[in-house]
Design a protein around this ligand. Structure first.
Ligand code: FE
Length: 217
């Protein structure tokens, strides 16, 4: 999609092709995977993993998807100086466990090593811990730009669909404040700030529920 706007010749070719009736059927095959959205590609990978029982590919292609990840309001519940940890799970915590993972890329598709991800979200009942650090934590990407966090699926609260809050920052880079959403949520359409570009690819593998997202800074 983004390639079309960068490349006028390709855009003209695409327009011409779309004028032909058969193009609708041929389009996906002609243009390949890079014409699908980031979330669509990840969802396909999750579905494939579910069907075949194979583990998910830990390094999905960056492809043409080099638009920066959209920013979004921080909301009222950010607490600075969260603990560094790879799991926000605590004994007896209510909710559905989920493993969130993905990668952080630059706009020209290079993995960002040592990027900071600070995550905070509501508990299963839709409440934030504003006194302590329950369901708050930060981590850093590895040398391949990979990140991974064990936590729970957040509950809904009045006015908002299900979401995570994040701050993502490359070393010495500017901070991206954003949110991630779940596909197939009835409330997505009624949440005024919901953005489908920030949808996690969510699926169930033999190891449990997973959600994937790649950030582009
Ligand atoms: Fe929130």
């Amino acid at each position: 999609m983004h390639a079309e706007t960068r490349d006028p010749a390709r855009r003209r070719f695409l327009k011409l092709l779309l004028a032909l009736p058969a193009a609708w059927a041929l389009g996906p095959r002609l243009f390949g995977r890079d014409e699908f959205s980031h979330a669509d590609a990840l969802l396909a990978a999750v579905e494939d993993a579910r069907r075949t029982g194979r583990a998910l590919d830990p390094t999905p292609d960056c492809g043409d998807d080099d638009e920066p990840t959209p920013s979004m309001t921080e909301g009222p519940f950010f607490t600075p100086r969260s603990p560094r940890r790879a799991s926000l799970l605590e004994p007896g915590m209510a909710g559905t466990p989920i493993v969130l993972s993905g990668r952080v890329f630059t706009r020209d598709c290079k993995p960002v090593s040592g990027a900071l991800l600070d995550v905070w979200h509501a508990d299963d009942a839709g409440d934030y811990d504003n006194e302590g650090y329950r369901l708050r934590g930060h981590l850093f990407t590895d040398a391949e730009g990979r990140w991974r966090l064990e936590t729970i699926v957040p509950g809904e609260y009045p006015g908002r669909t299900r979401h995570y809050h994040l701050k993502v920052q490359a070393p010495r880079g500017r901070v991206l404040t954003t949110q991630l959403f779940f596909p197939g949520e009835a409330r997505n359409q009624r949440d005024r700030i919901f953005d489908r570009r920030l949808l996690l690819a969510v699926g169930d593998t033999k190891d449990g529920r997973v959600g994937r997202f790649n950030f582009v800074l």
